[in-house]
Design a protein around this ligand. Structure first.
Ligand code: NAD
Length: 484
């Protein structure tokens, strides 16, 4: 660990974290533990927002909406660019905080903060203008877009800042104000972001409050919140959608995935194994859109297994603060236990071969060895559920039609990919995947200029791109007769 990382760690461990409410930083009477997943030990405490603090945040957001919604796109763009600049200045502190509470290696944490900054800058470049639908002797019809009011943002623990940044930007740029709640497992980097944002936006425009799941429920039920933008599990997404009905809240739901990648028989295992591995094991497999089912053609199946297993055995899993760690721990004990249980279930399946990993690392913290599983089929928990951990089932196929059918035979529909030397053939197969995003010879990571989201139970609506921004606005049709 470098001396500068050391000094950030020391400062962050002593720091008092506070909510951002109505332009001020606030403590709470109650607080909860935050655990470093690399040690399994409590290293800090987060304030736990009371009901009245939450109400104060909503009231402040409602009040601030009056001015902010009138500020115009260029002013709001300017303020969001200032946020991006301020984050850049404190990038190292934010990244260190992220590693401490989330577990990912420092290099990945730095990349997450850099990506979040890039997303802010990219989204505010998108122009939103009224559309003239018709203009002739009969008159004119215009479509105008207006902000909704107060947007509630709820984020999970896997990539807290890369998810907070587009939620904040999409809501604020389009003229809404916001109350944002991070996951109770990883609240601190988002609270630090709130501290940075305090000096930028007018009071009440952005409020960040930490708390448990009950706070999320208060948000989804609150009559003065007009939209919920939620990222998390399908089970919670369903609860959010049900309680959002209370005042017909708009929702954008970015939920779980069980992405399939299909490798056709003409692909070169040696050439692509590294990229497939990275797209599956990034963030220790805790990415909504990572490869979670790998379908490989018979002709290259065994060779692909050898390549993947060799990588799995060669990477270094360790504390994210250690310079040579490629992958960190699982983020929390519940997820760690869930993945270990899945591995036990997998080992019991007839014909299964565990080619690498398959076990926890014998050390404190929530570490699991990168695991490659062969000889597994649909109908098992590992293949049918979203593992959200460093475990990749590799399935065999001989007919591409069969691979497409099996990839689509899922309640999930987030992303998918096709790997082949023939990119046009790949594009044809990709278009037949029932997913919100499909790639050829690539998987994971969608630029903020494009809409991102899932079909089936993987989500409702799209984030990012013009389509995602417009989900924070309501269209109004204005019909004007010809002048007399
Ligand atoms: P989770 O659903 O348990 O929690 C997500 C957030 O919802 C947390 O902030 C939590 O406090 C809050 N919450 C819990 N109960 C609530 C309720 N009743 N009402 C409102 N809010 C409530 O999810 P998680 O375990 O933190 O995250 C992992 C999941 O997120 C995985 O399934 C993953 O695929 C998914 N995910 C999806 C995307 C995407 O873009 N599609 C991105 C990242 C993660």
């Amino acid at each position: 660990m470098s001396t500068s990382t050391n000094s950030h760690v020391a400062a962050l461990q002593d720091k008092q974290f506070r909510h951002l409410i109505d332009g001020g930083l606030q403590d709470s009477t109650d607080s909860f533990d935050v655990i470093n997943p690399a040690t399994g030990e409590v290293f800090a405490r987060s304030p736990d927002a009371s009901r009245s603090q939450f109400e104060e945040a909503v009231t402040a957001a409602r009040r601030a909406f009056v001015g902010w919604s009138k500020a115009g796109f260029s002013e709001r763009r300017h303020q969001l660019e200032r946020l991006a600049d301020a984050m850049q200045q404190r990038q190292e502190e934010l990244a260190t905080m992220l590693t401490l509470e989330q577990g990912k290696p420092l290099a990945a944490a730095r990349a997450e903060i850099a990506r979040a900054i890039g997303i802010i800058r990219q989204l505010v470049k998108i122009e939103i203008k009224p559309e003239i639908l018709r203009e002739d002797a009969a008159g004119r019809a215009e479509l105008h877009y207006k902000p909704l009011g107060v947007v509630g943002g709820i984020t999970p623990w896997n990539v807290p800042i890369v998810l907070a940044a587009p939620k904040i930007t999409s809501a604020l740029y389009t003229g809404n104000t916001m109350v944002l709640k991070p996951s109770p497992y990883t609240p601190l980097t988002t609270l630090l972001l709130g501290e940075i944002a305090r000096d930028i936006f007018p009071p009440g425009v952005l409020n960040i409050v930490a708390g448990g799941n009950a706070l999320g429920q208060w948000m989804t039920e609150h009559p003065l919140i007009d939209k919920i933008t939620f990222t998390g599990s399908i089970a919670t997404g369903k609860r959010v959608m049900a309680s959002a009905a209370v005042n017909m809240k708009r929702v954008t739901l970015e939920l779980g995935g069980n992405d399939a990648a299909i490798v056709l028989g003409d692909a070169d295992p040696k050439e692509i194994a590294g990229r497939l591995f990275a797209a599956s094991f990034a963030n220790s497999g805790q990415v909504c859109q990572s490869i979670k089912r790998l379908y490989v053609h018979d002709d290259i199946y065994e060779e692909m297994l050898v390549e993947l297993a060799a990588i799995a055995r060669s990477v270094k899993v360790g504390d994210g603060l250690e310079d040579d760690s490629d992958y960190g721990p699982l983020q929390n004990k519940a997820q760690y236990d869930k993945v270990l249980e899945l591995l036990e279930d997998t080992a019991r399946q007839p014909g299964v071969r565990i080619l690498a990993g398959g076990h926890a690392l014998g050390r404190p913290g929530y570490f699991i060895a990168p695991t490659v599983v062969a000889g597994i089929a649909e109908g098992t928990r590992l293949v049918d559920e979203e593992p959200f951990g460093p475990v990749l089932p590799v399935l065999r196929f001989s007919d591409v039609e069969d691979a497409i059918r099996r990839a689509n035979d899922s309640r999930f529909g987030l992303g998918g990919s096709v790997w082949t030397r023939d990119v046009e053939k790949g594009a044809e197969v990709a278009a037949r995947l029932e997913t919100g995003v499909a790639w050829v010879n690539h998987h994971l990571g969608v630029a903020a200029e494009y809409p991102f989201g899932g079909v089936k139970e993987s989500g409702v609506g799209r984030a990012n791109g013009l389509m995602g921004l417009l989900r924070n606005m309501e269209a109004q049709l204005i019909v004007v007769p010809p002048a007399v």
